[in-house]
Design a protein around this ligand. Structure first.
Ligand code: GLU
Length: 449
């Protein structure tokens, strides 16, 4: 049997994560869950200007809400010595070289290449500099950035999602691994960490396909075995636009605050754009059971918030009491009837917090709607004695039917209006025993409005 995999989710803490980032996190989590592997949360925070600890903390909280609890959390900002060592190694091997062009110079060169109909690939002018020329540039006050010298060859890998894949590195510019100010771009630290932390499977969005070819060359240059790579499709919003950390609206944070169920977010984030139908699930473990990277389609998938809200309601309708008990308690729904109350009302909820209003209907003071005093007096007269159960309603209404000759809506609706003060709601057979005889009598005998 193969050793259990180690996967990682590597967000840069520069904003809240959105549904598309959550998709990457969940796909990794389910992959690890299914195979009994490890999940690492790695914050790619080498960009000190834009990274914030508050965002890292928020991402951790959002992942926890989704049900993701990492086996290990680490921050690239605390691992700089490893990157220094790797950069030195690459330099010694002649694979990392200093380049002095400014952004404007590079831009001008690119435009010239394009005008000549050539691909805008970095021309490696820096490699041709003599020691004296380099010294002169440095004396001018220029600081180098550092580029990885790519081998001009085709890199192949067997993508866990997309199958046999390749990129011709001869068509790429030598990537910058380190900026003028000494800070690292994400490319090298990611490889160094994947080696150091024993990552076996890199599963990420297909916006990283080109990076993979580059990174495979870096793994090789560092004499390490490359992990397996899988690239999943990206999500767009309902209008087909890509999601961005800055857009905010589809952040996990805002979805959570709007009352959406975490399991609905997870099910939709994972199942949309896959071979499996979007469906409510009772747990991440259930989602993991049938999860297969090969089921993910290549085309971008649309995320539709209306679909999420509908799915969230369906998730709620099936959740067992044990799964919601604490959240119900926080709404004041507690005590011996909380469990049957949940079973009676969950099918009528779009959001969990709506349970509080139904709890009020069962437990609190309501304003009964009284339309026909005489009929309700008959109903009181044949109201059974307690104990009550879910058969009480049918026994009572059968008697009432015989006494009054009413049937259907004429029989049931006035009772619902008086007992709940509402036009519609959960099955009265289930609600009646929860309301109890004392309250029922009170409501049925309320004066006409
Ligand atoms: N920080 C990178 C990102 O958020 C990580 C990509 C990767 O998984 O390697 O896109």
């Amino acid at each position: 049997m193969a050793a259990p995999p180690t996967v990682r989710f590597a967000p840069s803490p520069t904003g809240f994560i959105h549904i598309g980032n959550a998709r990457t996190a969940l796909i990794n989590w389910l992959y690890a869950l299914r195979a009994g592997g490890r999940f690492i949360l790695r914050f790619d925070d080498t960009d000190l200007e834009r990274s914030r600890r508050e965002y890292a903390d928020a991402i951790e909280a959002d992942l926890a809400w989704l049900g993701i609890v990492p086996d290990l959390t680490c921050r690239q900002s605390e691992r700089m010595a490893l990157y220094e060592a790797a950069a030195e190694k690459l330099k010694r091997a002649g694979r990392l070289y200093p380049a002095y062009e400014t952004a404007e110079e590079l831009d001008r060169r690119r435009k010239r290449q394009q005008a000549l109909g050539r691909p805008p690939i970095y021309d490696r002018a820096a490699l041709k500099l003599s020691d004296a020329e380099r010294a002169a540039l440095e004396a001018e006050g220029r600081k180098p950035h550092w580029r990885f010298k790519l081998d001009a060859r085709v890199v192949h890998w067997n993508d866990s999602v997309r199958g046999s894949s390749h990129i011709d590195c001869a068509s790429l510019s030598d990537p910058v691994l380190r900026r003028e100010d000494g800070s690292y771009l994400y490319t090298l630290p990611s490889v160094v960490d994947d080696i150091d932390l024993g990552v076996t499977h890199v599963i990420r969005g297909d916006d990283h396909v080109t990076n993979t070819a580059v990174q495979i060359q870096i793994f090789e240059a560092l004499a390490a075995a490359a992990p397996a790579f899988g690239h999943h499709n990206l999500l767009t919003d309902a209008g087909g636009e890509g999601l961005s950390k800055r857009s905010g609206a589809l952040s996990i944070r805002s979805l959570r605050e709007s009352g959406v169920e975490a399991l609905a977010v997870a099910a939709l984030a994972v199942l949309v754009g896959s071979a499996e139908a979007v469906r409510p699930v009772a747990s991440l473990a259930e989602l993991a059971e049938s999860f297969d990277l090969a089921d993910i389609s290549r085309a971008a998938a649309r995320f539709d918030e209306a679909e999420l809200r509908a799915l969230s309601a369906r998730v709620l309708h099936h959740l067992p009491f044990a799964a919601v008990r604490e959240r119900l308690e926080a709404l004041g729904v507690a005590g011996p009837i909380a469990a049957p109350f949940w079973t009676a009302t969950r099918g009528n909820l779009a959001r969990l917090d709506e349970a509080a209003a139904w709890w009020g209907v069962v437990h609190g003071a309501i304003a009964p709607i009284v339309e026909d005093r005489g009929f309700l007096a008959e109903a009181v007269a044949c109201l059974p004695e307690e104990p009550w159960d879910e058969k009480t309603w049918s026994a009572w209404t059968a008697t009432l039917k015989t006494r009054t000759g009413r049937k259907g809506r004429d029989l049931y609706h006035p009772l619902r209006l008086a007992l709940t003060g509402r036009e519609s709601g959960p099955e009265l057979a289930a609600l009646l025993p929860l309301i109890g005889r004392l309250r029922a009598l009170d409501r049925l005998s309320a004066p006409s409005a």
